[in-house]
Design a protein around this ligand. Sequence first.
Ligand SMILES: Nc1ncnc2c1ncn2[C@@H]1O[C@H](COP(=O)(O)OP(=O)(O)O)[C@@H](O)[C@H]1O
Ligand SMILES: [Mg+2]
Length: 317
Amino acid sequence: MANIIEIKNLTRRYGSLTALKDLTLDVAQGAVVGFIGPNGAGKTTTMRILTTLLKPTSGVAYVAGHSVIREPKAVRRVIGYMPDFFGVYEDMKVWEYLDFFAACYDIPHAARVGMIDDLLTLVDLNHKKDDFVENLSSGMKQRLCLARTLAHDPQVLILDEPASGLDPRARIEMRELLRELKNMGKTIFFSSHILSEVADICTSIAILEAGHLIAYGDMQQMKQQLRPHRLFELRILGELEPAQARLLQTPHVTSILTAPEVDIPPNAIRFDFAGSDEQLSELLAGMIGSGVRVIHLGEEQGDLEDVFLKVTQGLVQ
Ligand SMILES: Nc1ncnc2c1ncn2[C@@H]1O[C@H](COP(=O)(O)OP(=O)(O)O)[C@@H](O)[C@H]1O
Ligand SMILES: [Mg+2]
């Protein structure tokens, strides 16, 4: 697959502060990359360079083959950018807002009407078409902003913390929307400082720490490399002991924890598993076969947080 974003040795200084140091990273067409890092890591700086709003101190980046330094106009045509903060437009209705941005992209009036309806359907805001933008909830404003970035049907979406400041429900809706855009074939490069948010929709993650890229790769591979032991939570009906005994006999189970040692329900067991998916399924079948009444088996959400901790250990400046 061709690389739609190519970043080569990108460095950006603000006075004596080096916000981004020698970043090199390629993004394949159709990939969904989670750009992860704590506040101040340099995520916004990278995105502003990619979107031609900021010049690098040195290095270069290409989007769809166009240099962000020499061909900013061509780059802007292929990207949709959602900044971390966007202005509020007073006294503007939802459809007017989209019409305004579509007009900025020189989309003719006749085409705009149908396009606005399509965009509003995509972001599930059709019922708010005639409402004022300022009266929308923050989740709706965020979705409207995303609709705006899609007005010129860009191939690449660069989204700076699209889920920040949203309540849990709005976060889920945003994630669904990203998944839909992924299915439409868009390449998505988005930042987040919340790892578990990105885990299930990303194809790769890039971890940035104090301006340095400290890890980049396929999500699943990276998880496996960095954390051969996966954590699972098992919940059962009835006594815990038979299930615990069974786990203790399993060679791939390396530790077992229950409440109150860890913060899990009283009918749950958390265990560390170093085997394959096949071995896990055998363990579960054996347990159910011996009469343990399993009601839930899930991989721990904290997984990616662990990846992050492992990668950043000792590298924090
Ligand atoms: N315009 C600016 N002038 C000076 N320092 C800046 C400017 N923009 C960002 N920085 C600094 O650069 C570093 C990276 O910032 P940023 O790219 O916004 O990180 P992130 O988006 O990961 O939180 C931070 O230390 C920040 O304070
Ligand atoms: Mg930022």
